[in-house]
Design a protein around this ligand. Structure first.
Ligand code: NAD
Length: 448
């Protein structure tokens, strides 16, 4: 994966831009038609607040973000022209500790999306009972159109612009869509240069050589697997016999597809932004990972046995487990009635709209919500943060063992509450996360 990330920087931009522009444009159009993620995150709070009988003041407080920063990032491009990009960093809540959340570089990123993502980070950290709050960042840019030098300048200038907003005791960024260990290394270096000393704890998801943690890159995929495995035990469903569909073939989608494939599940369909591949007897994930790591898109993969399908069609395939692991807003009121799986395992953040969630619940489809399902990433980020602070590093066995303990414990709490209160796993997860925040709010009070 790291190799692929490094290679991405060496991307031949002319060929790839023209080849994929139409696809990116259509994805952008689709996004602009969809639900505003901030509205979605706020309505999720309302739904749960009503079920919990949450105090109105706390509901009002949690629906707002603590602070948002919008920055302009001027970059001198390689051809001598000046481009100005817009960047964001949002702190939703630091009630339970410093903010924590990734940074995404994507052409559609906007403030409302970042606010929603920061809110979901708050719930995720609270649900795992980590002493962290929720934050998120983003830059509105298509990084694939930048050279390595341009990307580095963009990252460093963005870091300089948000410098006072981040720090080991304030807010600790991490990778998200289209950012990686190298981008985190540039952030760590820029921050450290300004402070006059090495401060590895300012970001997580760094390369291991400069204070990163083993197991961070695969952590989200491992976490997805641990919750899925726990649910399958409850449902008496043998994962080895299951048919799996994965949307998104990046860090999250790639790792969970690989884990399930290696344990014998049939991954019958898999997609990236260009579309998906389908075979009823299962795809060869090892081969596809090698293809992806050469910077190739699935639409160019040649195999006469595999059928090429759209991302829309992929979501409605008949399967046991559907894993949306690309972007938000993929399962909506428009396609929710056509979803045919037993379990939706949310690898992405916010892939299911609240309306769609209701439809899935009504149709008996179990949704493992994002704040539980994909929390493995932030969990190992937390381990990295602890390791940096103590300058003492763990081995992979310890990482995976402690990750499993925390994730499975959170799953069991959620499952138990969902049974007890006869609510969905999402509502139960939100109830646990929000009740911990409500307690913190009550104890800390409002300043002044
Ligand atoms: P990534 O950039 O590594 O991969 C994203 C994948 O989604 C790529 O295969 C891309 O081609 C595909 N994609 C992008 N836009 C698409 C579209 N419109 N339709 C279909 N496919 C599309 O990103 P990632 O790190 O794997 O993150 C994926 C999701 O998981 C995001 O929602 C992210 O916030 C969430 N997440 C990531 C982590 C992490 O540790 N990386 C942790 C928790 C949650």
């Amino acid at each position: 994966m790291l190799k692929k990330r490094r290679e991405e920087f060496l991307y031949d931009r002319n060929i790839s831009i023209s080849k994929n522009l139409d696809i990116l444009e259509s994805a952008k159009r689709k996004l602009s038609d969809s639900v505003d993620p901030y509205d979605m995150a706020q309505s999720q709070i309302d739904i749960v607040a009503e079920k919990m009988g949450l105090n109105n003041n706390i509901t009002k407080y949690l629906k707002k973000v603590e602070r948002s920063l919008i920055v302009s990032i001027p970059i001198m491009m390689d051809d001598g022209t000046l481009e100005i990009f817009e960047g964001y960093r949002v702190h939703h809540s630091t009630l339970r500790g410093p903010g924590k959340g990734g940074i995404r570089f994507a052409p559609n990123v906007n403030l409302n999306e970042v606010k929603a993502l920061a809110i979901w980070m708050t719930w995720k950290c609270s649900l795992l009972n980590l002493p962290l709050g929720g934050a998120k960042g983003g830059v509105c840019v298509d990084p694939k159109k930048l050279s390595k030098g341009e990307l580095e300048r963009l990252t460093r200038r963005y870091t300089a612009e948000i410098l006072n907003f981040i720090g080991p005791d304030i807010d600790i960024p991490a990778p998200d869509m289209n950012t990686n260990a190298q981008v985190m290394a540039w952030i760590m270096d820029t921050y450290s240069m300004h402070k006059g000393k090495a401060i590895p704890g300012v970001v997580t998801g760094k390369p291991i050589e400069i204070g990163g943690s083993v197991g961070r890159e695969s952590a989200t995929g491992m976490g997805l697997f641990y919750v899925l495995e726990s649910l399958c035990i409850k449902l008496n469903l043998d994962l080895k016999d299951s048919k799996v569909v994965v949307q998104g073939f990046g860090n999250v989608g790639g790792h969970i597809a690989e884990i399930l494939y290696n344990m014998g599940a049939k991954v019958i369909a898999l997609s990236d932004i260009t579309g998906g591949l389908y075979h009823e007897d299962g795809l060869n994930i090892s081969t596809l990972l090698k293809w992806r790591d050469k910077n190739c898109y699935l639409k160019d993969f040649k195999n006469d046995d595999y059928k090429f399908i759209s991302n829309e069609d992929l979501l409605t395939l008949d399967c046991d487990i559907l894993i949306p692991a690309a972007i938000e807003n993929q399962i909506t009121h428009i396609n929710a009635h056509d979803i045919k799986c037993k379990i939706v395992l949310e690898g992405a953040n916010g892939p299911t709209t609240p309306e769609a969630d209701e439809i899935l619940n009504h149709n008996g489809i179990i949704v493992i919500p994002d704040i539980l399902a994909n929390a493995g990433g932030v969990c190992v980020s937390y381990f990295e943060y602890i390791q940096d602070i103590h300058s003492y590093f763990w081995d992979i066995n310890r990482i995976n063992k402690e990750l499993k303990t925390i994730i499975v414990k959170a799953f069991e709490e959620v499952y138990k509450l969902s049974k007890k209160n006869k609510v969905s796993l999402r509502i139960a997860a939100y109830m646990i996360a929000i009740s911990r925040l409500a307690k913190a709010f009550e104890l800390r009070g409002i300043f002044p």
